[in-house]
Design a protein around this ligand. Structure first.
Ligand code: ZN
Ligand code: ZN
Length: 379
């Protein structure tokens, strides 16, 4: 089967044939129908967050179950599935508290293996690592069964693939982490795949003013399409003053930072008004440190909260997201520009250049799963 393999940081992915082993106990083999290209993949490519190489990136996938390993009960061959990139043990302190997204026992997924410490991908004698137990830049991938969430087969998997990262993270940040209520004011800093889904999550939650902040006019336009009531371009005006003018008072109830840049994190904290909260979603580089007005945070009771994977519990939240999509509230097609696996390196270039909200790789497939996909959306 073909896959896009990263051999060296900052070098193009190599599209080539790779062998994949059958699924072991508790694992499933998925024939990928589609995979989004996310900023976290770009961070891996650039070596910002180190992980063993060679590796097959991609973590926003959807496909059809080809084969299940021993002991798998939640899916069967032929099931359409969206992939979560969040394995969890189910019995640690955090899992028991209903917070599997910060499970204490899945360090293995960060070092490029499956749960037993081995890999399922090989090229001859060479081991090829997984990426957070998903590796969706491959025609076939082995994932933990708990990461394969079954979905209604009548929906196009090209669109549903976005649920696996951008939507789960962005909408989850609004619903689960921030718990935005009707009428609350919101600012979203960074309107890529995740930020745009913060915008539409806030719109679904009936937020009041929703201010999108980005330097790309095309992304701001898309944010308006998805529910932003206002747009601010830092190139045009000082953001803190502009947002205060728009929402009144001293800032917003909730700001979401979806980039991971120290300067924009500082901005997101500065946008929050009294009693509000800054939700930090973007992955900052490991050495990043951010200054903020500590006195203001204290006397205005401002919360600064981390958000990992939208605080999702995949078996609960993914079906909810599918229902929102089914009901027409959650829109996926305006964000998508499709491409082939061979074009993955250009998709990274477009992502880095800010040309596209989401490139989605659509795999050649005889299972019909990719049918119904939009031809060209994005910016
Ligand atoms: Zn992602
Ligand atoms: Zn756990």
């Amino acid at each position: 089967m073909r896959a896009a393999v990263l051999y060296e940081h900052n070098s193009p992915l190599v599209i080539e044939d790779v062998e994949v082993d059958p699924p072991k106990g508790g694992e499933v083999l998925v024939r990928m129908a589609a995979s989004g290209v996310c900023h976290s993949d770009l961070h891996m490519l650039r070596g910002v967050h180190p992980s063993p190489l060679p590796a097959i990136l991609g973590h926003e996938g959807a496909g059809v179950v080809e084969e299940v390993g021993p002991g798998v009960a939640n899916v069967a061959p032929g099931d359409h599935v969206v992939l979560s990139w969040l394995p969890y043990c189910g019995h640690c302190r955090m899992c028991a508290r209903g917070r599997p997204n910060i499970c204490e026992n899945v360090a293995w997924s960060e070092v490029g293996t499956m749960g037993d410490g081995t890999v399922r991908f090989h090229k001859g004698e060479e081991r090829i690592h997984h990426y957070i137990a998903t590796s969706s830049f491959a025609e076939l991938s082995v994932v933990p069964a708990q990461s394969a969430i079954p979905v209604d087969p009548s929906f196009p998997l090209t669109e549903l693939s976005l649920l696996g990262c951008a939507v789960a993270t962005g909408v989850g940040a609004v619903f689960n982490t921030a718990r935005v209520r009707p009428g609350d004011t919101v600012a979203v800093v960074g309107c890529g795949g995740v930020g745009l889904n913060c915008v539409q999550g806030a719109a679904i939650a009936s937020a009041g003013a929703i201010v999108a902040v980005d330097t790309e006019p095309g992304k701001l336009e898309l944010a308006r399409t998805l529910g932003a009531t206002h747009a601010v371009n830092p190139s045009d005006s000082p953001v803190v003053e502009a947002v205060r003018d728009l929402v009144g008072g001293d800032g917003v109830d909730h700001s979401f930072e979806a980039i991971g840049n120290p300067a924009t994190i500082e901005l997101a904290i500065g946008l929050v008004g009294r009693g509000g909260q800054a939700i930090l979603i973007g992955m900052a580089p490991p050495e990043a440190r951010v200054p903020f007005d500590a006195l203001n945070v204290t006397f205005q009771e401002i919360d600064i909260r981390g958000c990992w994977y939208g605080s999702v519990r995949p078996p609960v939240d993914f079906p909810l997201l599918v229902d929102l999509y089914r009901g027409g509230k959650l829109r996926l097609d305006p964000m998508i520009r499709t491409c082939g696996l061979d074009e993955v390196n250009d998709a990274f270039r477009a992502l880095e250049a800010g040309e596209v909200a989401r490139s989605v790789i659509v795999y050649d497939s005889d299972n019909g799963a990719a049918q119904g996909s939009p031809k060209a959306g994005g910016l």
